[in-house]
Design a protein around this ligand. Structure first.
Ligand code: DGJ
Length: 708
């Protein structure tokens, strides 16, 4: 058991392989944060707070409260803000009890706190993922009384960093077609908030992730890193605040901006998980731990370790201009080059010949698909391919039968004009009838069209966030209930169709977050598949997410590229495609025979390399942010094989790359390259290997396997 409580002292310890997390109850029965960092094995080494009678306060060099409520002189960002029926605001939480137990193989610590006067109970939960240095925290907020309580802040957790250090923050920012751009800065006194308020997504302008290292000293392979990811796909905030006493605190969870929750008598609200990690070995170990979390605990279980099929997707070459004849011809070509899953993207349903109409009317367009989609599904299966379909269940075009029948189903404020984005409105998923409509519709599509794969897209943010039909007092919970119901739909899909692959797409990577990880087998990394831009996009993506989930409509993209018009050789695009969930988005009906045959060869190469790439860790050996080249190293989890991907663009003069030093291998093992070279793990990691990149858009791939 990784969790213990020292009874006499009410000290709680979570011991992970390399880290310790400690909290304790003080003499006033307040729960205080004691320690989070590198391992301290002896509990007696940690301070005893039992005799501490003084109120915790942000004005002193004291252990802050573990779940901050603004009590007394604590002026930091609160995790909880409650307003009671007598209009008194602010909670004062005292320790009431604790439980240590197990849940789904995880050790769980639950600490129950209760307001000193009002009927409000907060249970703080800590779960340790065995074998890792990861702990998930969240809170369960419960009204034990007879009057409603208004929650104006309901964060998952507040945290305290070791006091007195200067912290560098690593986070990610971006935009459509420019997701996962890493940014680093030193925190100063004051507050920095990483936040998204767009309602339907967590990103890509911000990503619910932070990492801190002292003075910017951590590197890829060395140094201490404290980090966290929030499992939430909507409005979130991560506030990092350093007070005048140099105490940096973090408060993270659902963004309270624009949301509140009216907690009915006896009702409880469970906040999303915030997974926290500590690495003593730099950023690589952080990513490895997050991968382990996905492989071993979070990714949809039945398919977590399956290889991802090679996809052919209709979007880049054809957009809305699709019909049965064209798709049947395409399916033949896709099967001939070696694709394993044929996906019809947007444009297949009634009224959908452009983005102005049809969203909501989920039946095959009778003019363009007179036999429905069944004929195409059957043909794909005959050709030995799986069959998949695009949907955007949360949206509706005003020009649709669904909207005409249910204008009240959209998020809107009756006194405001409805803002359109991509000619569409957002269906109010907070409504249970809308949720049930989506479940029935998706079940029907999966069954009728014999789907092996479903691509769930989401293409706009919330505006005018109103819910006129809400029960009085519950309007403020719109954005939160929207997400709860959204997860229920995804949960239903996974439970009812365990063999179907699901893609989480949100106009690219706008919903790439740990809230969605348990439900989706593939994540759209970006609508931008230009291979030069992917040199950077993939760096950010693989910092957090499994490379085999890195999706998109065509990781082998058309040239010229649809986003930026760049022309690149097929070899460069194909090697880039191999690093993620391989998909082809090329107009095969116009491809000359040489291109088709080259594509077939690249897909065969990928199939040969794929077993070692799927359940692999990724190390960034050279970053495109610093060099005119990028080198990614994949190491399978057994550490028996490693594959190097090198990409050059804009190399100057006679630029020679340094010997490239690998990581994560077994030092004493001997590895053999496909070309016959043999080197020990030590030599590969300490001296390195030469990589030659010549000319623009040069790429190179090599695999080393352990020689047993
Ligand atoms: C945005 C997605 O990211 C694309 O892959 C594609 O599916 C389009 N939407 C279709 O409208």
């Amino acid at each position: 058991m990784s969790i213990q409580m020292l009874d006499g002292r009410k000290l709680f310890l979570i011991q992970t392989p390399h880290a310790t997390y400690a909290l304790a109850v003080d003499g006033r029965q307040r729960l205080r944060h004691v320690y989070w960092g590198a391992k301290i094995s002896r509990p007696e080494d940690l301070p005893d707070l039992a005799g501490q009678q003084e109120a915790a306060s942000a004005n002193r060099w004291q252990a802050p409260q573990e779940y901050r409520t603004g009590e007394g002189f604590d002026f930091a960002e609160p995790a909880l803000e409650a307003v009671f029926s007598d209009r008194v605001a602010g909670a004062q939480l005292a320790y009431r009890g604790s439980r240590i137990g197990q849940e789904n193989g995880l050790d769980v610590l639950s600490i129950v706190l209760e307001d000193t006067h009002y009927p409000l109970e907060v249970t703080l939960q800590y779960r340790h993922y065995p074998g890792t240095d990861l702990i998930s925290r969240n809170s369960v907020i419960r009204n034990t009384g007879r009057e409603p309580i208004i929650l104006k802040a309901m964060k998952s957790a507040s945290l305290a960093m070791p006091r007195g250090y200067a912290w560098r923050l690593t986070h990610m920012a971006g935009n459509w077609a420019k997701e996962f751009q890493k940014e680093q800065l030193m925190l100063t006194h004051g507050k920095l908030v990483i936040e998204n308020r767009r309602g339907t997504s967590s990103g890509p302008q911000a990503v619910p992730f932070f990492a801190l290292d002292e003075q910017g000293q951590a590197t890829a392979a060395n140094g201490e890193v404290w980090y966290g990811v929030l499992h939430w796909s909507g409005d979130f905030s991560i506030a990092l605040e350093t007070d005048p006493f140099d105490q940096t605190a973090i408060t993270a969870g659902i963004s309270a901006a624009g949301s509140s929750w009216r907690l009915k008598p006896q009702e409880q609200l469970t906040t999303p998980l915030l997974t926290l990690g500590y690495s003593a070995a730099g950023f690589d170990a952080m990513s490895e731990a997050l991968y382990d979390l996905q492989f071993d605990f979070l990714a949809p279980r039945a398919k977590a370790h399956q290889v991802r099929p090679i996809i052919y997707n209709s979007w880049y070459p054809y957009q809305f201009a699709i019909d049965e004849g064209k798709l049947l011809s395409l399916a033949e070509k896709a099967a001939a080059i070696g694709a394993e899953l044929f996906v019809i993207d947007d444009g297949w349903f009634r009224g959908r010949t452009d983005d102005r109409a049809g969203l909501g009317d989920w039946v095959a367009c009778p003019d363009r698909f007179p036999r429905g989609l069944e004929a195409i599904a059957d043909r794909c299966h005959e050709l030995g391919m799986q069959f998949g379909l695009w949907v955007e269940p949360e949206m509706v075009n005003p020009d649709s039968d669904l909207y005409r029948a249910h204008p009240d189903w959209v998020i809107h404020q009756p006194t405001r004009e409805k803002t359109l984005q991509r000619n569409q409105l957002v269906l109010n998923f907070a409504r249970d009838d809308v949720r049930d409509f989506a479940i029935a519709m998706l079940d029907r599509l999966i069954k009728d069209y014999r789907l092996d794969y479903l691509k769930w897209d989401m293409n706009r943010y919330m505006t005018e966030p109103g819910w006129p039909d809400a029960t009085a007092g519950e309007e403020g919970s719109l954005k939160i209930r929207y997400l709860f119901n959204l997860y229920q739909v995804w949960d239903h899909l996974n439970r009812s169709h365990p063999q179907v692959l699901f893609e989480n797409c949100a106009h690219g990577g706008a919903r790439a977050d740990f809230g969605m990880v348990p439900y989706a087998d593939r994540i759209n990394r970006s609508d931008n598949a230009d291979p030069v831009d992917v040199m950077k996009l993939h760096e950010g993506f693989t910092t957090l997410f499994l490379p085999k989930t890195a999706g998109g409509a065509g990781n082998i993209s058309p040239s010229p590229n649809t986003i930026n018009g760049r022309v690149t050789p097929l070899s460069f695009r194909a090697h880039m495609g191999m690093m993620g969930s391989m998909s082809v988005g090329i107009n095969l009906l116009q491809s000359p025979p040489e291109e088709l045959s080259e594509l077939r060869t690249w897909l065969e190469t990928f199939k040969r390399l794929r077993p070692d790439l799927q359940d692999a860790y990724v190390y960034l050996l050279a970053s495109a942010y610093r060099h005119p080249y990028a080198i990614f190293q994949y190491v399978n989890r057994a550490r028996t094989a490693t594959t190097l991907f090198a990409f050059g663009h804009g190399l100057n003069f006679q630029q020679q790359l340094p010997l490239i030093r690998l990581r994560g291998l077994q030092p004493d093992a001997v590895y053999t390259c496909e070309d016959g070279r043999r080197l020990s793990g030590q030599a590969l990691m300490n001296r390195g290997v030469p990589i030659r990149l010549r000319g623009d858009y040069a790429s190179h791939v090599e695999t080393w396997r352990r020689h047993d």
